[in-house]
Design a protein around this ligand. Structure first.
Ligand code: SAM
Length: 353
């Protein structure tokens, strides 16, 4: 029986057990088989095109104290920056003119950019015809509503870990249920929702990772991001070890089997740990690449972890390299914005895999 079928068991406890078994099995052949199956499912569900989303990291100010993140408010080694809104819009316009179909606006949780400022930027960028994804953290529902009304299509907010105790230990002063409430608000407001978690966090067990995958599936996400934790020396977790590349690849493959129609990126974190990360991601379940189009003078300052990939080249060079990789793999660059299928359509299509 294929792994895909094993993971369709209606009994959640059975699926959870299967996942723990797979996550604790270190046989290289199991990883290869999972990757191959994920690649086949990806081909049948979302096809051979790769969606290219340009990401603008527009502010590294953050009010939060996430213990793993280089942007956390307590890190006074980092030089902080905010890109002015008109420069963000100009960068997005240039990216749209280069051919990008989606612009992702990401920042620390920075309330300097008010509800109105972000809504105005979204409205301006939408005039170029691209899809807009926001990833600016936890905000009041009315902010999310205003941005959706301004035309934002998607929102990325990782839940980071499904274990409430580990979540609280990593995020002083906040709770997992608050994060999940934000995801519910976003779903309610009609966003295409992206979420996910980090792999290799200190204190994470195979049971927790299996729970992460189960939670990701139960959220019926349009986009799912899973990538390794990378320690940042300016954070309390600076001396911990990074997540393992092979475990990250296994979890990416499992994510494809559990969420066949979701858009899954080959993450920057993966390519920061493994120079062939993008290729390995795209051949093991992923169908999205997110080149960094932040103006180069700011890019190295968005240091969520050290040695981040893509800090040096110009946006045009990175975009070209992305297109070349896709061609080299015999895949095609998607010409559509790559919206997610509705949850109802995905349920209907499930039988066909
Ligand atoms: N403020 C927004 C939020 O919280 O969703 C978006 C910015 S946040 C820096 C984006 C993502 O970076 C987080 O969801 C987290 O998974 C990832 N991240 C932060 N520190 C990391 C680290 N040390 N290793 C790997 N990923 C990290």
């Amino acid at each position: 029986m294929r792994y895909y079928e094993l993971l369709q068991d209606p009994d959640q406890a059975v699926v959870q057990k299967q996942l723990i078994g797979l996550l604790t099995d270190h046989c290289p052949q199991v990883l290869e088989d999972l990757r191959q199956e994920a690649d086949e499912i990806r081909h049948r569900s979302v096809g051979d095109t790769v969606h290219v989303r340009g990401i603008i990291e527009f502010s590294n100010y953050c009010i939060r104290s996430c213990r793993y993140c280089g942007l956390n408010r307590g890190n006074n080694q980092v030089q902080r920056y905010r890109i002015p809104p008109d420069e963000i819009v100009k960068t997005a316009r240039e990216a749209a003119a280069m051919g990008l179909k989606t612009i992702v606006l990401q920042s620390g949780d920075d309330f300097y950019y008010t509800r109105e400022v972000i809504a105005d930027m979204v409205r301006e960028i939408k005039k170029t015809g691209v899809a807009v994804t926001l990833s600016v953290g936890e905000r009041p529902r009315d902010d999310y509503r205003a941005w959706r009304e301004a035309g934002a299509d998607r929102y990325l907010l990782k839940f980071e870990t499904s274990d409430a105790g580990l979540y609280e230990a990593l995020h002083p002063g906040t709770r997992l249920d608050i994060r999940l409430r934000c995801l519910e608000d976003l779903r309610d407001l009609g966003y295409q929702v992206g979420s996910g978690f980090m792999i290799g966090l200190p204190g994470q067990t195979p049971e927790i990772l299996a729970g992460d995958l189960m939670l990701m599936r139960s959220l019926v996400l349009e986009m799912a991001g899973v990538g390794p934790f990378i320690p940042h020396p300016g954070t309390p977790l600076g001396q911990d070890s990074a997540g393992e590349v092979n475990l990250a690849l296994k979890i990416l493959a499992l994510s494809r089997l559990l969420l066949p129609w979701a858009h899954l990126p080959a993450t920057t974190a993966l390519s920061s740990l493994e120079k062939d990360g993008r290729r390995l991601g795209l051949t093991g379940g992923a169908n999205v690449l997110m080149p960094n189009i932040t103006p180069p003078e700011y890019r190295r300052l968005y240091e969520i972890y050290p040695h981040k990939a893509e800090v040096k080249d110009s946006s045009r060079e990175l975009y070209q390299a992305t297109l070349e990789l896709i061609k080299e793999l015999g895949r095609e660059v998607a010409l559509d914005p790559g919206h997610g299928l509705s949850p109802a359509t995905r349920l209907m299509l499930r039988e066909e895999l």
